[in-house]
Design a protein around this ligand. Structure first.
Ligand code: BES
Ligand code: MN
Ligand code: ZN
Length: 488
C-alpha cells in the first residue's frame, strides 16, 4: 500500500473511504463536521441514536450517495488514549474496508487533538498500523478469485511538519512488510541461500548499496569455527551476508546491525521436542529484522552509514552434526564448550559479531530470537535489550516508546558471567535455567568487549500466534532509533 500525505479536507477528498476518528465525548472536530456534511449528517444522526458513541472498539461504516464511505472509529476516553489505542483503531478501520472494493483511503485519525501526542506522532503510528493491517501472506496459498485485497493507497492528513513523519512511516511500513514476508516463509524456501539471494536483490535496487557474501569455504579460511560447527549438520551450506549502505561521508563510522539467521532450528543433536517445532522457521527473524531495517533506511536514504550482517545457517541433527561436549574455536580465537547444540544462536552470532567489528562500528547491535527464557521474562509485549553501555540501550528503549514498539532492559552484570565458565574451554555455550536470556547476553558480551554494543532478544516479539505469524517487530523501533541517530 502506498502511503502519502495531503492537506485535503474531506470535501475535496476523492478517496473511496474516509477514516474519521471520534473520542467517547462524541464531539465532532472540523474534519468530522465536514465529513458529516458529505453524508447528509449521518454521523450526527448515528451519534444521536447511540449507534455510535466513540467508545474504543467501535467502528461504523456510513455511505455517501456517491458510494464514498465514511468509516467512523472510536478512540475512547481522550484522557486514556495511548499509542496502542490509535494503532488498534486504525487496524479496525482498515479491516472494515479491506474486504470491500475500496482502493483508496484518506485517513483523518491524526486530525483529532490528542492530549499526549503531537500530530506527527499520531500520523506516523496510524500509517504504520494501517499498512500492518493490509498485509496478508500469499506466497504458498491459493486464494479464491475475487478474494483480493484491493486497498492500494492511503493518504494521511498531514501538514508540512508531519509530512516527514509520513515519509518515515512509509519507509518503516515497507521495512516491516519485508521482515514479515521473510519471517513467514517456510524453511524449505527460506534457507541460507535464499537470504543471500534476497540481499542481492536489495543491493541491485539501491545505488549506494553493496553486497559481500562469505560462503562456507571463505568462512573456513577465516576460521569461523563456531558458526561452522552449527552449520555442519545441514545440507544447506551457510552464508554470511553483508550489505553495506553508504548514506553519509565514507569516513563516518557505520552503524552495524547483525541478525540471527537460523533458517530452521531443530535443536541439532540436542533435538527439540516435536510440538511447535515448526515455529522454529521464525528463528531467522533477527535476520529478517535487519533486512527490514536496512530496506527502510535505504528507502529514506537516511544520512548515515549502515552495515547489515546476517549469519545464515540451518541447525540440523546429522551424522556430521556438532555435538554436546565438542570444544570449538571461534573466529575471535576464544574456545567454546558446546553443552547444548540448541544454544546455536549465540554460536553463530559470536563469529558474526567478531567479524562485524572489522567495520569499526560506532554502534553495534545484534537482534536474535535467542532464548525461550526471554518469552518467560517479558512475554510477547517487549523485546529485551542488553548492553554494558549506559546511553545506547536508553536510546534504543526511547526509540521504541516513540513508535510503540516496546523494549525493556535486562542487566548484563558481571555476577552472571560465572554461569558460563567451564573447566574445558574459555566458556560454555549455556548458563543453566536461571537468567537464561541474560547468560546468553553474557556469552555474546565476551565477543564485544571494546565496542558500543547492544543485544536485543526478540524471541517474544518477532512472531505471534500461528494466525498472525511474523510481526515485523522490532523494525519500527530500530528504524526510529536510526532516524534519531541520523539527526544527532
Ligand atoms: N531459537 C531458540 C530460542 C527460542 C525458543 C525462541 C522458543 C523462541 C521460542 C534458541 O536457539 C534456543 O533453542 N535456545 C535455547 C537455549 C538453551 C538450550 C540454553 C532455549 O531457549 O531453550
Ligand atoms: Mn536453538
Ligand atoms: Zn535458535
Amino acid at each position: 500500500m502506498k502511503i502519502t500525505s495531503s492537506l485535503m479536507t474531506p470535501i475535496k477528498s476523492k478517496a473511496d473511504a474516509l477514516f474519521i476518528g471520534i473520542f467517547s465525548d462524541a464531539k465532532l472536530n472540523a474534519i468530522a463536521k465536514e465529513a458529516d456534511e458529505i453524508i447528509n449528517k449521518q454521523i450526527s444522526a448515528r451519534i444521536k441514536t447511540k449507534d455510535f458513541s466513540g467508545k474504543s472498539g467501535e467502528t461504523l461504516t456510513l455511505f455517501a450517495d456517491s458510494g464514498q464511505r465514511v468509516i467512523l472509529v472510536g478512540l475512547g476516553d481522550k484522557n486514556k488514549c495511548v499509542l496502542g489505542t490509535i494503532q488498534s483503531a486504525t487496524i479496525r478501520a482498515v479491516k472494515a474496508v479491506v474486504k470491500t472494493p475500496v482502493k483508496t483511503v484518506s485517513n483523518y485519525i491524526s486530525s483529532l487533538a490528542y492530549i499526549d501526542f503531537d500530530s506527527a506522532t499520531v500520523t506516523k503510528i496510524s500509517a504504520i498500523a494501517a499498512s500492518y493491517a493490509t498485509y496478508r501472506y500469499e506466497v504458498t496459498k491459493i486464494f479464491k478469485k475475487g478474494d483480493k485485497h484491493s486497498l492500494t493507497s492511503m493518504s494521511m492528513y498531514a501538514d508540512k511538519k508531519s509530512a516527514n513523519a509520513v515519509k518515515h512511516a512509509a519507509a518503516i511500513a515497507t521495512g516491516v512488510e519485508t521482515t514479515r514476508a521473510l519471517g513467514n516463509l517456510p524453511p524449505n524456501i527460506c534457507n541460507p541461500d535464499y537470504l543471500a539471494k534476497h540481499a542481492k536483490g536489495i543491493a541491485k535496487k539501491y545505488d549506494n548499496c553493496s553486497l559481500t557474501i562469505l560462503d562456507e569455504k571463505k568462512m573456513q579460511k577465516l576460521k569461523m569455527g563456531s558458526l561452522l560447527a552449527v552449520a555442519r549438520g545441514s545440507r544447506n551450506s551457510p552464508k554470511m551476508v553483508v550489505l553495506k549502505y553508504t548514506g553519509a561521508k565514507k569516513t563516518q563510522k557505520p552503524h552495524v546491525i547483525v541478525g540471527k539467521g537460523i533458517t530452521f532450528d531443530t535443536g541439532g543433536i540436542s533435538l527439540k521436542p516435536g510440538p511447535n517445532m515448526d515455529e522454529m522457521k521464525y528463528d531467522m527473524c533477527g535476520a529478517a529484522t535487519v533486512f527490514g531495517t536496512f530496506v527502510a533506511v535505504a528507502e529514506m536514504q537516511l544520512p548515515i552509514n549502515l552495515v547489515m550482517i546476517v549469519p545464515a545457517v540451518e541447525n540440523m541433527p546429522d551424522g556430521d552434526a556438532y555435538r554436546p561436549g565438542d570444544v570449538v574455536t571461534s573466529y575471535s580465537g576464544k574456545t567454546i564448550e558446546v553443552l547444548n547444540t540448541d544454544a546455536e544462536g549465540r554460536m553463530i552470532l559470536c563469529d558474526a559479531l567478531t567479524y562485524a567489528q572489522e567495520y569499526k562500528p560506532q554502534v553495534l547491535i545484534d537482534l536474535a530470537t535467542l532464548t525461550g527464557a526471554c518469552v518467560i521474562a517479558l512475554g510477547h509485549v517487549a523485546s529485551a535489550v542488553m548492553s554494558k553501555q549506559t546511553q545506547l540501550p536508553q536510546d534504543i528503549l526511547n526509540a521504541g516508546i516513540q513508535v510503540n514498539d516496546k523494549a525493556w532492559q535486562l542487566p548484563l552484570w558481571d555476577e552472571y558471567q560465572k554461569q558460563i565458565d567451564t573447566t574445558f574451554a574459555d566458556m560454555q555455550n549455556v548458563g543453566g535455567f536461571a537468567g537464561g536470556s541474560i547468560t546468553a547476553g553474557c556469552f555474546l558480551s565476551r565477543f564485544c568487549e571494546d565496542v558500543n554494543w547492544a543485544h536485543i532478544d526478540i524471541a517474544g516479539t518477532a512472531w505471534n500466534n500461528k494466525k498472525e505469524g511474523a510481526t515485523g517487530r522490532p523494525v519500527a523501533m530500530m528504524v526510529q532509533y536510526l532516524i534519531n541517530e541520523s539527526s544527532k
